[in-house]
Design a protein around this ligand. Structure first.
Ligand SMILES: *Cc1c(COP(=O)(O)O)cnc(C)c1O
Length: 395
């Protein structure tokens, strides 16, 4: 196994410059190799690609539209377009990835699937795809997240999933992920682990990115059709980083298009008050990958806070760490308060209720409006809808 301490950029599959890799206990090395080989074969197989495409069109509801946000844009002096991942089945981009992974699970002959979830969106998307495939599904979720995202717990159970309450540590996504990895290593022969973001050991960051790249491929064609030119900037919120990498990837070679990821600024810069890994973190290993991580001087993972459960995680996907290192993407953060205000603003101006996660991207756009020239085109990835957040939005 290559380690970060061997210095410099690493090469080969699973590495993004010095970031990424596969830092797991011995028991998970073989299951990850098996997964890597199966995914490698599947992504080259025209039958798998056709099946995935059909499922995305007829079950997920793709392509999702690009919506012109005229009133918000008028207020900001910009041409704002929203990529509507909130309109997918189950209400967030997560379903693009779960449908792909569960097709792969079936192809590998696995008998059941497990997943971790924070906001519950990945749990719901896994439960939905698993029900459709006839595979039993177990979802690990922190007890704090179960309380603040209760409607999603009910939806998972409706779809036949078993929700396992994780009452350890911070009782959020980090602990749910640790528990899911433990469960996987105890039964990896029969079980497929559906990981929810562009995180974790290789091949997950690459595989999840690939399944989410459909967002950017669609958006690029749509904006060219509507505007006849590319946007000045693309803005997406960053939890683990899957919706952001999903929209960024199709534009990486368009050097004039600025790519901006928005992390959770929470209630301030102090430890435990936010999840802005690039503002307060340093490289380290968590859940099998080497990346930016919120940690103390001794390498202990710090607690995090965000008003949105989906951004409340101490590590960021390794490919984002590399995009930032090479200067291709920029990472900023938006506070709880600004995200709440942005959600209300989008409701009033455009009749769209965004997820609190997505509202962080809108909040940054509102704050950064002076960085643009009049009539610049800005494309915001609206990663999900906010019905699940009504309890927080209007208590
Ligand atoms: C899970 C989630 C996120 C954060 O996850 P990424 O992997 O960073 O995309 C953002 N928005 C919504 C709506 C989510 O459900």
């Amino acid at each position: 196994m290559k380690t970060p301490s061997s210095g410099g950029a690493q090469h080969g599959p699973g590495w993004f410059g010095p970031f990424g890799g596969r830092f797991v206990p011995e028991t998970l090395i073989e299951p990850l190799r098996e997964l890597e080989a199966a995914y490698d074969a599947a992504r080259r197989d025209p039958k798998f690609k056709a099946e995935l495409k059909h499922e995305l069109a007829t079950f997920v509801g793709r392509p999702t539209p690009l919506t012109f946000a005229g009133r918000l844009g008028e207020k900001l002096g910009l041409r704002v377009w929203l990529k509507r991942e909130d309109l997918t089945h189950t209400g967030a981009h997560k379903i693009n990835n779960t449908v792909g992974q569960i097709l792969l699970a079936r192809r590998m002959g696995k008998k059941r699937v497990i997943a971790e979830t924070g906001a519950g969106q990945h749990g719901v998307a896994t439960a939905a795809a698993a029900a459709r495939a006839g595979l039993p599904c177990v979802v690990y979720m922190g007890t704090d997240d179960m309380a603040r995202q209760a409607p999603n717990v009910a939806r998972m159970r409706m779809m036949g999933a078993t929700v396992v309450a994780v009452d350890a540590g911070s009782r959020t996504l980090k602990d749910a992920t640790s528990e899911a990895l433990r469960a996987w290593s105890s039964d990896s022969r029969e079980t497929f682990y559906v990981l929810g973001s562009a995180l974790g050991p290789h091949p997950y960051p690459t595989m999840v990115r690939d399944f989410q790249t459909v967002i950017g491929l669609e958006a690029r064609a749509q904006i060219l059709k509507e505007e006849g030119r590319l946007p000045r900037e693309i803005i997406a919120c960053v939890g683990g980083g899957s919706n952001a990498i999903g929209i960024f990837t199709a534009f990486l070679k368009d050097r004039a298009v600025r790519l901006t990821g928005v992390e959770a600024g929470g209630t301030g810069p102090g430890p435990g008050r936010h999840a802005a890994r690039f503002a307060g973190g340093a490289p380290g290993v968590l859940h099998g990958t080497y990346t930016y991580l919120l940690q103390d001087k001794n390498g202990q993972v710090l607690p995090t806070h965000s008003i949105s459960a989906g951004l409340d995680y101490p590590a960021v996907g390794p490919e984002h760490a590399e995009l930032r290192r090479i200067g291709r993407a920029k990472y900023v953060h938006a506070s709880d308060k600004d995200a709440l205000a942005a959600a209300h603003e989008l409701c009033r101006l455009e009749g769209i209720l965004p997820a609190l996660e997505s509202a962080h991207a809108i909040a940054y756009l509102i704050r950064a409006k002076r960085r643009f020239k009049k009539n610049d085109i800005v494309l915001v990835n609206l990663s999900g809808r906010g019905d699940k957040d009504l309890g927080t939005l209007c208590p």
